[in-house]
Design a protein around this ligand. Structure first.
Ligand SMILES: Cc1cc2nc3c(=O)[nH]c(=O)nc-3n(C[C@H](O)[C@H](O)[C@H](O)COP(=O)(O)OP(=O)(O)OC[C@H]3O[C@@H](n4cnc5c(N)ncnc54)[C@H](O)[C@@H]3O)c2cc1C
Length: 402
């Protein structure tokens, strides 16, 4: 039986390894962390990502994870609420699911189902590719016991936005320059009813706060690119204090009351790009390794999960059929072809929001003004819902082959 190595057990790698193993492919999943509670990397699952997990047959275990659906999104400008948008009317509402729990669930399901070919090795950092006759034939890695080589018929890199494999394969990329970064932090306790998310806009600023099922409020503070150094110097309490002038008094009071408990703010250095080619002979890159997404509209996890389903369809079939090298590479090219329209559409859409919300220009201020938002709500609701549907449901149909 042909075998595969998947590098990186984030959403893309964990789900892909699970799905390949379910098809009977011997697959080794290599993850540099020893547990999934590594750094915070988002937790908003859109209907598109939830559908991918359902397609993968994980509906029941996903439903059993700690999760929370937001009922209302309120947009404020300082003290004034501009609009309250109900978001509980969706058939599948967006859900907040802690990412470590989701990843543990996926690999536990593979182990529980006793897929004979599934193997997860934690604490393994891939350093380089092994080539044989101009074809990728495995990876060099550092394990907890020392350096080791892993060989496979096909390698799939799911090692995220700082992908070492992307660097080694030296694939050309198109970068979309970003003008902002995001500072993330959390404050213990629940604000409001525990089901409401808020966005504060104005003066070229954006603050997002939403409840987590783990009993805290998650805060995202959008800043000019490169400005994190000054915030870091403030420390956790100082940072919370610096947010106060930008929010309404009820949130200011909540933050003041919980000022001593927040975790240290940390930086998401926002990048958004895509490789022109996701594959070379013997190797495919998917998820953030191929196309790191902007954080706008919380798309990265969802697009990565959808990549995994499509990759499992094409590569799973080829590996199970004992396809020759040319057929394996053809399958990899088909994965990029199938995923490309969605990735490009969503990345392009992600560039629009910050241009207006973060802009302090007159046009930007008009676009996010209360009368404009009220006008859009009354007269453009249907158009906007269609326009933003790709953020919720994706662009293409992603279905798991049986
Ligand atoms: C602060 C933050 C908040 C975010 N919020 C959201 C959100 O709410 N919703 C959303 O959809 N997206 C969000 N994102 C984006 C989302 O996290 C990513 O787009 C998504 O996780 C990509 O999945 P992936 O599997 O491709 O890569 P990753 O999740 O990055 O997984 C890569 C994995 O590879 C491992 N790895 C890396 N290098 C190596 C190596 N050399 N050897 C072995 N293993 C390696 C890493 O440890 C990691 O486990 C957020 C990102 C950040 C940073």
């Amino acid at each position: 039986m042909l075998n595969a190595i998947v590098v990186g057990a984030g959403p893309a790698g964990a789900l892909l390894a699970y799905l390949l193993a379910r098809r009977g492919v011997p697959v080794t999943l290599l993850e540099r962390q020893t547990d999934f509670s590594r750094e915070f990397r988002g937790e908003v699952l859109m209907p598109s990502g939830i559908a991918a997990l359902h397609e993968a047959g994980l509906r029941q275990p996903l439903g059993a994870l700690p999760n929370l659906s937001i009922r209302t999104v309120e947009i404020f400008r300082g003290e004034r609420r501009i609009v309250a948008i109900p978001v509980d009317g969706f058939e599948t509402p967006p859900r907040i699911v802690p990412q470590p729990a989701m990843l543990e669930m996926i690999v536990a399901e593979a182990t529980k189902a006793k897929f004979p070919g599934f193997k997860l090795e934690r604490g393994v950092t891939v350093r380089d590719l092994i080539y044989e006759k101009d074809r990728v034939a495995g990876v060099h890695a550092d394990t907890l016991e020392g350096p080791r080589d892993y060989r496979a018929d096909f390698v799939i890199a799911c090692d995220g936005r700082a992908s070492a494999i992307r660097k080694r394969a030296a694939l050309p990329q198109d970068r979309i320059m970003q003008a902002f970064d995001v500072v993330w932090g959390r404050v213990p306790g629940h604000f409001l009813d525990g089901r409401t998310a808020r966005g504060y806009i104005g003066n070229g600023r954006l603050l997002i706060i939403y409840p987590s099922p783990e009993g805290h409020m998650q805060i995202g503070w959008v800043i000019d690119k490169g400005a994190f150094g000054d915030i870091k110097k403030l420390g956790a309490e100082g940072w919370i204090g610096a947010l106060a002038p930008h929010v309404s008094s009820d949130l200011r009071n909540f933050l003041a009351a919980n000022k001593t408990g927040p975790a240290h703010p940390f930086l998401l250095d926002v990048i958004c790009d895509r490789l022109r080619e996701w594959t070379v002979p013997g190797l495919l890159l998917i998820g953030d390794a191929a196309h790191p997404m902007s954080p706008v509209a919380a798309q990265g996890i969802n697009v990565a999960l959808r990549d995994a389903v499509v990759a499992a369809n094409h590569l799973g079939r080829a590996l199970v059929m004992h396809a020759d090298e040319a057929m394996l590479d053809f399958a990899a090219r088909n994965i990029q072809a199938e995923r490309w329209p969605e990735v490009v559409t969503i990345q392009d859409m992600q560039q629009l929001g910050p241009r207006f919300v973060m802009s302090n220009s007159l046009l930007g201020r008009i676009v996010v003004s209360a009368p404009m938002i009220a006008f859009a709500k009354l007269f453009l609701a249907g158009f906007l819902a269609r326009r933003f549907d790709p953020f919720l449901n994706g662009v293409t149909r992603v279905v798991m082959e049986q």
